[in-house]
Design a protein around this ligand. Structure first.
Ligand code: SAM
Ligand code: SF4
Ligand code: SF4
Length: 372
């Protein structure tokens, strides 16, 4: 998915937010039209995000622009409303229909008609199941209102739930699954919190064992009941190493393979794939959506340099091709690829130190040296 962070503004202040929310002016609609035009020549899914995209008046004209090039796919839409059989089918259908809006859900009641008319799939962010935990993490939110909005969209717009797992929310994963199952949601995707932006400043993280426990809870849940719901867990490179190093990988993956509901996506760094790229609210391109608010990884200005020249920025791309020195002798380098450069940068001010989620962080740092 190519992500367009069309606004800086947000009505929430999530403790883990990786976006800046710096209150500078948003780009005018004509600038975004010029940016989007460069992408529409390529067959990528278009995801509008932010900040909170439903606060942004630019959203409607941009969705209309997508729809002049790629009309809503009625077959894909119906199938998405019924509930696809696997995550692969779901992503294929979302790709055919092309248009996604990622939202915190607060304004879905106001904008449901617009989203339905435009044929936009909604990716709703729900990081916890109970009101107390939810509102503690998604500060300034109203959990009851979001759930009411979710129920109102049922049968009208395909809603998929994205849930970030962090220390405070990990125990709620199976509660969230049960609640979404009861509400008829076809798909929930869990992602471990990325230690960038606000998450890094607040020290928000999730331990690998807690994340693995979430997957096991999900497997337990579905082993006890019939359901057509799909749950996908993204697994970072260092989490894959953790599982293998502790001898947990085979047993977990065997259970996952036998499940019709629970899936695991073993992620690798996809930096600079067009489908992973993002344009931030200032019109800057970068090759990883988690880097949207990190100026050190900006690769070019979409309005000045354009898409092709921005993607060709070697200074930034070279950082992502470089394996950190402390990783070069690691037995798990093939699995891990050296982890995530953004989190190294955020943790140590240097993208080429170590991913702070590396299971061998302490011993490697002791053996090596920290950057000056
Ligand atoms: C930045 S928000 C923008 C769209 C909208 N405001 C929302 O919350 O869905 C897009 C997604 O990124 C997720 N996100 C924010 N900070 C994150 C972090 N540090 N690690 C992982 N995901 C994060 C949010 O939970 C949300 O699902
Ligand atoms: S995660 Fe979304 S809703 Fe939360 S502060 Fe960031 S942009 Fe706003
Ligand atoms: S040392 Fe590097 S390659 Fe090995 S697990 Fe840690 S981050 Fe990954």
């Amino acid at each position: 998915m190519a992500t367009f962070d069309i606004t800086n503004f947000c009505n929430f202040e999530c403790v883990h937010c990786c976006r800046a929310n710096d209150r500078t002016r948003d780009l005018p609609v004509n600038a975004w039209i010029a940016i989007l035009r460069q992408y529409l020549a390529h067959p990528v899914r278009i995801v509008f995000a932010g900040g909170e995209p439903l606060l942004c008046p630019t959203l409607l004209p941009l969705m209309q622009m997508v729809r002049t090039v790629s009309p809503k796919d009625d077959d894909a839409w119906e199938r998405l409303l019924e509930g696809p059989a696997t995550p692969e089918e779901l992503f294929r259908l979302v790709g055919r229909n092309r248009l996604v809006v990622t939202t915190n859900g607060h304004l879905l009641d106001v904008h449901a008609d617009m989203l339905e008319r435009m044929g936009a799939v909604v990716w709703l962010s729900l990081d916890a199941a109970t009101k107390d935990v939810f509102e503690r993490v998604r500060r300034k939110s109203d959990h009851d209102r979001i759930l009411r909005n979710l129920d109102r969209l049922r049968g009208r717009v395909p809603v998929h739930v994205n849930s970030v797992v962090m220390h405070d929310t990990a125990a709620e994963a199976s509660l969230l699954i049960a609640d979404m199952d009861a509400r008829g949601i076809a798909f929930v995707r869990f992602t471990p919190v990325h230690q960038v932006g606000s998450a890094r400043r607040h020290g928000i993280k999730v331990f690998h064992q807690s994340y693995v426990a979430c997957i096991e809870d999900a497997l337990d849940y579905f082993e006890q009941r019939q359901s057509s719901m799909l749950v996908l867990f993204n697994l970072t490179q260092t989490q894959q190493v953790f599982l293998r190093h502790h001898g947990l990988y085979e047993a977990l993956m065997t259970r996952v393979a036998a499940s019709r509901n629970v899936y695991v996506a073993e992620k690798s760094c996809e930096f600079n794939e067009l489908d992973r790229s993002v344009v931030n609210p200032k019109g800057k391109y970068t090759g990883c959506c988690n880097a949207s608010s990190l100026p050190a990884f900006a690769m070019g200005d979409m309005l000045v340099d354009g898409l092709d020249a921005s993607r060709a920025n070697e200074n930034v791309a070279a950082i992502f091709r470089t394996v950190p020195r402390l990783c070069r002798t690691c037995d798990y380098l093939d699995v891990c690829g050296g982890g995530c450069r953004l989190t190294s940068y955020e943790a140590f001010g240097d993208p080429l130190v170590l991913d702070p989620t590396c299971p061998f962080l302490d011993s490697r740092l002791e053996a090596g040296t920290l950057p000056s």
